[in-house]
Design a protein around this ligand. Structure first.
Ligand code: JFZ
Length: 469
């Protein structure tokens, strides 16, 4: 089931991508959400995001209660898709609300976890496809304040904690799919419950636009709006109705998933890292730590710390951001394995953060891997085979070589690069002892490296450079 829906999803994204390309000339270099914006204004608006490199995604909602299982049947993979996958009638899903009482929720703790992990922003599901608002809303009583014994507004508490700790906050909002409100989209299948029947425009006007207005007027600064899963119904004309709302949050960054051919500010590769990034576009890979976005009981598939850290480095070396997801449970507790992974990444970043934040992409490129000459994916394109020996990130006057494999002879040779390299040291070496650098014909040899890696996962070599004249 999920496989077929995924194929449709890819088709929809492709269609909107094609529509977007044909409008490229209109976009110039500003955002197509902000007509008249210049390239310089866009750069200023994107500056914090480009510096940030690492953010926290949070999928949290009523689906944390069934946690991936309905009437004894486990739904495939994504626990937040339960209502859709199990075709749960609206009147059977809604009673989850009076059972939802996440008294373990602690906004300060969540924000401190993100901050300690080295994450600079948080994107939380304000409303996911199930239609339940995780915030106070006058537009629908199906919200956490009116429909649960919890009665608190976690987005308000998060907004306050984010301000207190200097972390940026953004909202995920499912503008197209809504399986509980009449007229909402049910993603390429007919409505499975009469209660879902209704007019799509009525749904947009009565629920979506008012709720986005609420999100934009009650929580202080909103740094990102993260739309999701547009279908054909989200036409250009319907998409344009969102534009006046964006004026309520000057400086907001909006992703590429509104629909209607809008490209937005950011590409959003999901669950994968593009082979070469998106040259000329801002982009953010979003990824789960385990296999589900929403909390899934008994899911102990958390990726190893090594994989998560190398993903972050790989993404930074290609000029993108990493939006790494956590799925808190129905008590408001973040699964311990997810907490542990984030703490490990934070420990690494505390030593090596200067090689991630505010960095630009690699001047090399071949180190990331190569396209297979024989293997093809489902769409007939060559399969990319990543290599995991090293990556490079850059700042003006600096190259950072992230070493995943340690040279056994104390000597590292790098491919040619258009820069004079005049000094080298290791970020994890507290004394920052100078290493020996030799350059011949732009090939660089670093020697005097310690016998073993200072960090088994990734040791960062910092090279000081001056450009060739
Ligand atoms: C979308 C959401 O549906 C998902 O729940 C999560 O929020 C993610 C970040 O964004 O990803 C999709 C989109 C479509 C399908 C699955 C996940 N699909 O068609 O099965």
């Amino acid at each position: 089931m999920l496989t077929s829906v995924f194929a449709l999803y890819a088709g929809a994204i492709l269609a909107s991508a094609i529509a977007a390309v044909s409008r490229d000339s209109e976009v110039a270099s500003g955002s197509d959400f902000m007509p008249g914006e210049s390239a310089a204004q866009r750069d200023a608006r994107m500056a914090w995001w480009r510096e940030a490199r690492f953010g926290m995604f949070i999928h949290w909602g009523l689906y944390a209660l069934p946690a991936g299982e309905w009437n004894g049947v486990k739904v495939p993979v994504y626990a937040e898709w339960l209502m859709h996958e199990a075709k749960v009638p609206v009147a059977e899903y809604a009673p989850l609300a009076p059972q939802f009482n996440p008294i373990g929720f602690d906004a300060d703790q969540w924000v401190c976890l993100a901050k300690g992990a080295g994450m600079k922003y948080i994107i939380i599901t304000a409303k996911h496809h199930d239609g339940f608002a995780m915030f106070r809303s006058a537009a629908s009583r199906f919200n956490i304040v009116d429909a649960t014994p919890f009665k608190r507004d976690p987005l308000k508490e998060l907004a306050e904690a984010c301000t207190k700790h200097g972390v940026r906050l953004g909202f995920y909002y499912s503008q197209n799919q809504d399986w509980s409100h009449p007229g909402g989209d049910c993603w390429h299948i007919p409505h499975w419950d009469k209660a879902q029947d209704g007019d799509y425009d009525d749904y947009l006007n009565a629920i979506v636009l008012p709720q986005i207005r609420e999100l934009f007027t009650r929580y202080g600064k909103v740094s990102v709006l993260w739309f999701d899963t547009p279908s054909e119904q989200m036409t250009r004309e319907r998409g344009q109705r969102f534009l006046p709302l964006l004026d309520l949050q000057p400086g907001i960054i909006v992703n590429d998933r509104l629909g209607g051919g809008f490209k937005g500010d950011t590409e959003t590769p999901e669950q994968y890292i593009p082979a070469n990034g998106y040259p000329g576009r801002d982009w953010e890979t979003c990824m789960t730590i385990n296999d589900s976005w929403g909390y899934r009981a008994g899911d102990d598939t958390s990726k190893p710390f090594e994989t998560l850290l190398r993903n972050l480095i790989d993404i930074a070396s290609k000029g993108g951001n990493y939006l790494l997801n956590i799925g808190p449970d129905a008590t408001g507790t973040i699964p311990p394995s997810q907490v542990e992974r984030l703490q490990q990444i934070g420990q690494w970043l505390a030593v090596n953060g200067e090689a991630i934040y505010g960095t630009g992409p690699t001047p090399f490129g071949a180190e990331a891997g190569r396209f297979s000459e024989t293997e093809r994916d489902d769409s007939g394109k060559p399969v990319f085979k990543p290599e995991w020996k090293w990556r490079c990130t850059t700042k003006p006057g600096e190259l950072f070589i992230h070493l995943f494999e340690w040279p056994t002879d104390g000597r590292l040779e790098l491919p040619a690069v258009q820069a004079n390299i005049f000094a080298a040291d290791l970020l994890a070496d507290p004394s920052h002892a100078a290493l020996t650098v030799q350059q011949h014909d732009q090939r660089t040899v670093i020697s005097g490296l310690p016998a073993s890696a200072l960090d088994a996962t990734a040791t960062v070599l910092r090279l000081k450079t001056e450009p060739l004249v």
